[in-house]
Write a protein of this length. Sequence first.
Length: 366
Amino acid sequence: MNRLIGHIDLDYFYAQVEEVENPALRERPVIVCVFSGRTEDSGVVSTANYRARDFGVHSGMPIVSAKKRLEGTNPAIVRMDHEKYEAVSARIMENVNQLVDVLEPTGIDEAFFDITSSADGDYDRGREIAESIKKSVFESEHLTSSIGLGRSKVVAKLGSDLSKPNGLTVITPEKTSDVLGPLPVGKLYGVGPKTSASLNEIGIKTVADLARADPSDLERLFGRKFGAYLLAAATGTDDAPVVAGLEPTQFSRIVTLKEDTKDPHEVVSQLAPGIGYIEAKLAASKMSFRTVSAIGILTDLSTKTRSKTFETPVVGVSVIHEEATVLFAELASSAGRDFRRAGIRVSGLAHTEDQSSLSEFVGTPR
């Protein structure tokens, strides 16, 4: 089965959050700055929107230099509010985590994800999933994002870089060498200026040059491990897995339906393997849940959810089947469109060994 690895990058994240909070900023150059406090202009630019970038402003530039470049443009100079951005990021990561098999956040504004199982190795399905992710993030937070999809982390990261802003680049295995080949080696994930300069010195300037390099030359220059990585990165064959970064707060599964439908019984029938997957995850991790949610991705790729939360933790997976049918019936009656994809999620997880028996609280009958 083909691997389908994705990379999502939230476009000019800090500045875009500020634009959403104050829409009037969208027409102005916006720079989000870290002030050192020594003088009014001491510090550096953390992020700039594209209007500011058009004037040559970039991350890491001294604030005073950025102001000079933006003279006469009525720029918005905003103090970085990390707590606010972290809150938005957390909501987005939680949102995306519902739509993928595995999510690996790598920063406040980006993450890798694996959708191999959900897409069943099919790149057309993978594109649909990526489109639904972008739409879900935009609908929930009004933020655009760029996504790359390919057979490895390196390919996915390149794809998201190539599609900025607000784009989606799907690089199939057959097209990998065509897309990667002409790029400078410095575009590869993990290849910094020093490595790029060392490769240039031995005549390796493009990714295609690197893909044809003698492995022994790379090992001599960079060591066996990194040399092997460079070759795998250049050929798109790096098999580094997407690793969930935190203890799970939920388990979910989403499937593409065989046909678009509003029939809740048909939806739950096709979700049966996914519910079995969740049951196995709960058993393996010895966890219970408090909330079960139905996730419907409609034919217009919008995402709708409906949830039921229980007063006490639930262990029995039969409850998921029962509630899923009810929840999808409610979604179908309110959505107005057929479901294209459907998912089930349990959240409010807790380790069963940490929970006290209900009888401890109720007491012995008298």
